[in-house]
Design a protein around this ligand. Structure first.
Ligand SMILES: [Zn+2]
Length: 301
């Protein structure tokens, strides 16, 4: 896989959050991770201070999709990524971070938007979850990675990449912004002032988005197109189905799985939809020997 990796000009994650020590630490880790072994590109000509762009956010999201260009999409994603990093730190295992970043980047190169500044990282959280933000920011929890083999992890990453490629979160934010949700959320937010450079609007919208989840239709699309993407990247097409089998048997009241289960359609329903879409067409690509994440990391150390 290493030899297959094309050189990829990586934009470094820059999310300035003055005064937020944990977030700055997380971000400097991400920077060293992305800048260490992967080639880096000049930072995109975007404001690095979330507050600068935050004031226009509401107006931006109220615009039609055609008016939100890729640079703005990436800026919105940076702010959402900061919201996610503000709630959970990055895991300190840098070898694991590099592995997940390389795996994710390889898969994203097979997508229809390979030019985005894709960044993949592991959050230090025992729960089972994955998050995406517009522009190519993708996070998986350590608890998820620990339960996955490589094909399963590739299935999850491809699902999240599909959300980004098809702008699912961006569209969900636009719907929320148009519905006037921001005003309501801000009223609650004022009582709980976080400070920092992430705009209050983005904090409010981001928290709402990641606790309520996307439309079921978007989830089914991400499953179906994600399987096609993972297969194109050379992974077993049944990786995601295997993850869904595990989710199906997870107890909804288990706190490690509750958020993941409450923000997605029931796993059995996702499996049924996937089975209908895949049929046996992808069987020829299946049957590869499973590779554990530990094995990959062992080979690297
Ligand atoms: Zn999803």
């Amino acid at each position: 896989m290493k030899t297959q990796m094309r050189a990829y000009a990586a934009a470094v994650l820059i999310i300035a959050i003055p005064g937020a020590f944990a977030q700055n630490k997380a971000l400097s880790m991400l920077n060293s991770l992305v800048g260490g072994q992967l080639p880096t590109a000049p930072a995109a000509p975007l404001p690095t201070n979330g507050a600068a762009a935050g004031g226009d956010l509401l107006q931006l999201l109220s615009q039609s999709q055609g008016q939100i260009d890729e640079a703005k999409e990436i800026e919105i994603g940076r702010q959402l990524a900061a919201v996610l990093l503000g709630s959970k730190p990055l895991h300190p295992d840098m070898a694991l971070q590099r592995y997940v970043n390389r795996l994710g980047r390889w898969i994203s190169l097979q997508s229809s938007r390979p030019q985005l500044p894709w960044s993949f990282a592991v959050l230090d959280d025992p729960g089972f979850n994955a998050f995406a933000a517009p522009g190519g920011y993708i996070f998986v929890t350590k608890g998820l990675v620990d339960r996955m083999d490589e094909a399963e992890l590739a299935g999850i990453l491809a699902h999240e990449i599909t959300h980004v490629v098809d702008r699912h979160h961006l569209n969900a934010l636009r719907v929320k912004a148009r519905a006037g949700l921001v005003t309501q959320l801000l009223a609650a937010q004022l009582k709980n002032n976080m400070g920092g450079a992430v705009s209050a609007q983005m904090l409010a919208l981001g928290r709402n988005l990641y606790s309520s989840g996307l439309d079921q239709g978007d989830e089914f699309d991400a499953d179906r197109n994600g399987v096609a993407l993972a297969t194109r990247a050379g992974f077993d097409p049944y990786g995601l189905a295997s993850v869904l089998q595990q989710l199906r048997t997870a107890a909804p009241e288990d706190p490690l799985f509750s958020l993941s289960l409450s923000t997605h359609p029931p796993a059995q329903q996702r499996l049924d939809q996937l089975a209908g879409a895949m049929g046996s067409r992808l069987d020829a690509y299946s049957g590869k020997p499973a590779v554990s994440v530990a094995h990959r990391l062992g080979g690297r150390r």
